[in-house]
Design a protein around this ligand. Structure first.
Ligand code: HEC
Ligand code: HEC
Ligand code: HEC
Ligand code: HEC
Ligand code: HEC
Ligand code: HEC
Ligand code: HEC
Ligand code: HEC
Length: 506
């Protein structure tokens, strides 16, 4: 095990061992899951070296004797895990106290099906604390958010009625959003789990013991293979698709290509996995966002190496979004996080290469923010008084939503992870196309329609919107569209086009 100086990074400052560990044979079992605290430290942070139990407990032996017949696949997965080798059996994870909210009688035992981060924390303190302090653990909080109107109303209805949800929930939310973000687990009388809320391993799941998150989102049970967690497919369950295609971007990038060509050289199962020392062929998602470097330990706070949060309309710094969520990362400035990431790159690249990459990335963020996000948001705000107040009740709502939430994110995400096609064709090109050919015309129509309204307030709003459109279209970034390109630039471009023709035209 290596003891390395941490560059810095919030909870990453805890004294380090590769695997934090609290359990030994006499660790208190089962877990005390009475507190509902969520962001407070779960257990004391400093942990001794990992050690398993001396032998399989007598309780677990009974589970195993029966379950190796009842569920042979599950038993075999456990049998190939490090837990098996450490004598961590079924009972060590599933044991419950009678007063646990999800306790159930199971033969001679009191168990719970859910094994929450709080349960893992008894043995994996550091990983759990970092995870709990990260955006991942908070991903279930979007469930009350306005965006939910999409799954609950626009796409769905409340016809999915279950014992735990007699009022009904949306089937689109249960099988969609909740599977990535996490459900709020509902316990039925007797300890069974409500079928609308479980099975679910969404990353910010709200557990019956009050904890947030699911370690099984990345650590597939019951093998809990760290090799699998290091593979990009693990993250790809959630990080893909039109609004955050990180998986596709990675596959397109030189890094993904090198990974695909060299999986067998990645040494994925090695317990020590330091980039540049234990493997060198390619970085995976885990390499850049979580895994050990020569200078940093593993972190389970995936925010500690990113210097932009590219999810909102306009990119913001991660310490700002962490502050809004009450996360400890509010005290870790973006410069420190960027330094942490550069340290990862430095295993394989030179300093100028890395610095120049960040200069390119920042330029794309500035371009998107200034040319489209800020004017786009101002136009949307100006249109608001003229829209039906129902969210997603207007065509304009969809156009604007896709502009920033899909295309705008794609361009930014792809520039950050070396995916040129998603930066351009699925990114800035689509933003521009929809901005000029859908958004502006829809806004113009809205203004025109209301200029002659009976309602003086609407006329005023229409005039203001019209003025805003004029202002945006006459700005340097957009005046080309109304045929007002700066004559000097127009001449420069005409000359370049003529030269090009001379070179290539038949
Ligand atoms: C005598 C046999 C037997 C013993 C002993 C036993 N189980 Fe089970 N267990 C079962 C069977 C059968 C099921 C149900 C399987 C099914 O419905 O497909 C089950 C289901 C479960 C479930 C899922 C329950 C649910 O509602 O989804 C868990 C978790 C579980 N067992 C854990 C344990 C643990 C931990 C122990 C030891 C403390 C244990 N079992 C001991 C036979 C046993
Ligand atoms: C390291 C902790 C750990 C150990 C050891 C462990 N489990 Fe689990 N088990 C989990 C987790 C995590 C889940 C997923 C529950 C959740 O979503 O919170 C789970 C789910 C289950 C389920 C219900 C899900 C399903 O697929 O049907 C059963 C049954 C089960 N475990 C049985 C066992 C048995 C039997 C053993 C021993 C051979 C065992 N577990 C050992 C952590 C553990
Ligand atoms: C009773 C203590 C205990 C509990 C509870 C426990 N673990 Fe472990 N865990 C261990 C031990 C022991 C090891 C093996 C350490 C080693 O050999 O390096 C381990 C190893 C691991 C590894 C590394 C596997 C690898 O391939 O290197 C992961 C991942 C892991 N545990 C996840 C979990 C998760 C997730 C939970 C909760 C669902 C959990 N553990 C609950 C004791 C525990
Ligand atoms: C395929 C998995 C998946 C599904 C389904 C999904 N999301 Fe997400 N969602 C994500 C991921 C991954 C992110 C983070 C993307 C990033 O960091 O770039 C995210 C981000 C978000 C955010 C932004 C959070 C922030 O901190 O800025 C909101 C809000 C959100 N999702 C709401 C929803 C809602 C509501 C639904 C259903 C209508 C939904 N999501 C469906 C995976 C999913
Ligand atoms: C976002 C995916 C993800 C989630 C969620 C996650 N882990 Fe991990 N975990 C990983 C990856 C990737 C590694 C491998 C890091 C490495 O060594 O390269 C890892 C490694 C580990 C290890 C091995 C020791 C170490 O630190 O390298 C343990 C133990 C562990 N995780 C426990 C947990 C626990 C407990 C939780 C829930 C509180 C959890 N993990 C949640 C991805 C995740
Ligand atoms: C089960 C779904 C799921 C999996 C698996 C998952 N993520 Fe996430 N991830 C999310 C969601 C949802 C968010 C947005 C959370 C929020 O802010 O509400 C997110 C956010 C992030 C962020 C932004 C963090 C921040 O501080 O802004 C990073 C980076 C990230 N994930 C990386 C990873 C990596 C790397 C893996 C794989 C090792 C992974 N994720 C696996 C769902 C997932
Ligand atoms: C070569 C290193 C590298 C690899 C490999 C990598 N990323 Fe990233 N990732 C980055 C960088 C750099 C950023 C931008 C950091 C910043 O803003 O400073 C980033 C940003 C992110 C974000 C934040 C997006 C947001 O909304 O702000 C997420 C989520 C993410 N990556 C997930 C992944 C996933 C999932 C994979 C694998 C499929 C992956 N990354 C592979 C380097 C990497
Ligand atoms: C494990 C080694 C490794 C790490 C770590 C790594 N890279 Fe790379 N990178 C490569 C390899 C291999 C290539 C492909 C080189 C080639 O094909 O000529 C590459 C290519 C690139 C490219 C060129 C992309 C293109 O399309 O030409 C950029 C830019 C880049 N990396 C930036 C980064 C940044 C920034 C980081 C850190 C966030 C990073 N890399 C981390 C190995 C790595």
């Amino acid at each position: 095990m290596r003891f390395n100086p941490v560059i810095i990074g919030g909870l990453g400052l805890v004294p380090l061992v590769g695997i934090a560990f609290g359990a030994s044979g006499d660790a208190p079992l089962p877990s005390a899951s009475t507190s509902t605290a969520t962001t407070k430290p779960l257990v004391t942070p400093v942990a001794p070296q990992a050690i398993g139990l001396k032998e399989i407990s007598k309780e677990s032996r009974e589970c195993i004797d029966c379950h190796r017949k009842e569920s042979p696949g599950l038993y075999a997965q456990w049998g190939e895990s490090k837990h098996y080798r450490g004598n961590v059996g079924c009972y060590e994870c599933h044991a419950a106290r009678r007063d646990d909210p999800d306790a159930m009688r199971h033969y001679d035992f009191t168990i719970s099906v859910i094994v929450s981060p709080k349960d893992c924390a008894r043995c994996h303190t550091r990983e759990t604390e970092e995870f709990i302090g990260s955006h991942h653990a908070k991903a279930g909080r979007i469930l009350g958010s306005l965006d939910n109107v999409l799954a609950e109303v626009v796409e769905g209805n409340s016809a999915f009625v279950t014992p735990g949800h007699p009022e009904g929930v949306s089937a689109a939310a249960a099988s969609g959003c909740w599977q990535c973000h996490g459900s709020q687990i509902k316990v039925l009388p007797g300890g069974g789990l409500d079928p609308s809320t479980w099975p679910n391993t969404g990353i910010g799941r709200l557990n019956p013991d009050g904890s947030e998150g699911s370690c099984a989102a990345c650590h597939s049970r019951h093998s809990f293979s760290v090799a699998q967690a290091r593979q990009p497919e693990t993250c790809g369950k959630c990080h893909l698709g039109p609004d955050h295609p990180q998986k596709e971007i990675y596959e397109e990038s030189k890094h993904g290509i090198a990974y695909a060509a060299n999986i067998d050289k990645m040494n994925l199962g090695s317990s020590k996995w330091i980039v540049g020392e234990d493997y060198h062929a390619a970085p995976t998602c885990a390499t850049c966002h979580m895994s050990e470097t020569r200078n940093q330990p593993v972190t389970h706070d995936i925010g500690m190496r990113i210097s932009w949060n590219n999810r909102p309309v306009t990119s913001i710094r991660p310490e700002v979004s962490d502050g809004k969520m009450g996360l400890p990362g509010k005290d870790v400035p973006w410069q420190v996080r960027r330094q942490n990431m550069k340290d990862v790159c430095s295993a394989c690249h030179s300093k100028p290469w890395i610095e120049n990459f960040y200069t390119q990335y920042d330029a794309l963020i500035d371009l998107y923010n200034n040319k489209f996000a800020k004017p786009g948001a101002a136009l949307y705000a100006a249109a608001k008084p003229l829209l039906k107040p129902v969210k997603f009740g207007n065509k304009l709502d969809f156009i604007w939503f896709e502009l920033w939430h899909h295309e705008g994110r794609r361009a930014r995400h792809a520039a950050s992870m070396m995916g040129p096609d998603y930066t351009h064709w699925h990114g800035t090109y689509e933003i521009a196309q929809h901005f000029y050919t859908d958004y502006i015309p829809e806004l113009e129509e809205l203004a025109e329609k209301n200029l002659n309204s009976e309602d003086p307030d609407r006329v005023k709003a229409a005039e203001a919107l019209k003025a805003k459109i004029e202002e945006v279209l006459n700005s340097d970034d957009h005046k080309w569209f109304i045929g007002k390109m700066d004559p000097e630039e127009a001449a420069r471009r005409a000359k370049a086009a003529a030269d090009f023709k001379k070179r290539y035209a038949k």
